[in-house]
Design a protein around this ligand. Structure first.
Ligand SMILES: NC(=O)c1ccc[n+]([C@@H]2O[C@H](COP(=O)([O-])OP(=O)(O)OC[C@H]3O[C@@H](n4cnc5c(N)ncnc54)[C@H](OP(=O)(O)O)[C@@H]3O)[C@@H](O)[C@H]2O)c1
Length: 250
């Protein structure tokens, strides 16, 4: 894809995610050019077709399993190949089975690799390219689960919390190069990832979450809770002293 100089070029990693697809739709409606990666070629092609119909200036795709770290460099080269990348959105993730992780170190490591290590590896390459370009935005979907460890999902929470700290440092570094780093913290979102989780009033639709994420990226926010009401909820949860929190069954 060789976009005209006025067309914004956006990379979305994990583009077949329900939330990422909605973010991509918002960019397509604004006439951006999209470069999508995902590990399932058929689903990736379906998302690309949908975005083309919705007005994207062009849609390019690449199959990438993020655990194949050796494929990251070629992907980043391709993303910047037309000479400019305006934003990179990283969305892939899995919700590990906490009980399974407690039984198996291998399962714990795999959960950390998908939700932290692969993203940190990709960010290392992307950050250097954006820093050299001296403009652009890096946006990563973490989770409110990273704000406080809970017995029911602390492996996932550790990965997302670690990612949030990584992004904090990256933001501090890249600010001096004119590059924005946006940390996105959704609460519960109704997607395939949470299909088995009983729904409650705090759940948002993927559409609402995707639009809210698009707005946060465009506003170059540092940290955005998705939707906004998770900020006061997490402020309350993180304010509880550890001596009280450890007694709760959360
Ligand atoms: N849903 C929520 O309540 C919630 C809350 C907070 C944060 N989040 C975060 O939001 C992001 C998007 O999740 P979602 O809710 O939209 O779930 P989703 O629809 O299940 O999407 C997850 C995506 O991650 C991709 N993925 C998983 N492992 C991968 C790998 N090794 N290589 C490449 N892609 C891989 C999946 O690809 P396949 O289609 O090939 O499986 C899928 O596209 C995730 O980072 C998640 O942690 C979600």
């Amino acid at each position: 894809m060789t976009p005209d100089p006025g067309t914004r070029r956006i990379l979305i990693v994990g583009a077949t995610s329900a939330i990422a697809t909605e973010v991509a739709r918002a960019y397509a409606a604004a006439g951006a050019g999209l470069f999508l990666t995902g590990r399932n070629p058929e689903r990736l092609a379906a998302v690309a077709d949908d975005l083309t119909v919705r007005g994207a200036a062009g849609v390019e795709t690449a199959v990438l399993d993020v655990l194949a770290i050796e494929g990251h460099a070629a992907l980043v080269e391709r993303a910047f190949a037309p000479g400019r990348l305006d934003a990179a959105v990283i969305a892939h993730g899995t919700l590990p089975d906490q009980a399974g992780c407690q039984e198996s170190a291998a399962e714990t490591i795999r959960a950390l690799e998908v939700n932290f290590t692969s993203t940190a590896a990709l960010l290392t390459l992307l950050a250097n390219r954006f820093e050299a370009q001296r403009r652009g935005t890096i946006a990563v979907i973490t989770s409110v689960a990273g704000d406080r460890g809970r017995q029911s999902n602390y492996v996932y929470g550790a990965a997302k919390g670690g990612l949030a700290v990584f992004l904090q440092g990256l933001r501090n570094r890249l600010h001096h190069a004119g590059v924005s780093v946006v940390t996105l913290k959704p609460g519960f979102v109704d997607t395939p990832m949470t299909a088995v989780v009983p729904k409650n009033l705090l759940f948002s639709s993927a559409r609402r979450a995707g639009r809210s994420i698009h707005r946060a990226i465009e506003a170059r926010k540092d940290v955005a809770y998705i939707p906004w009401f998770w900020r006061p909820i997490m402020a309350l949860i993180t304010s509880l002293p550890e001596s009280v929190f450890k007694r709760l069954r959360l």
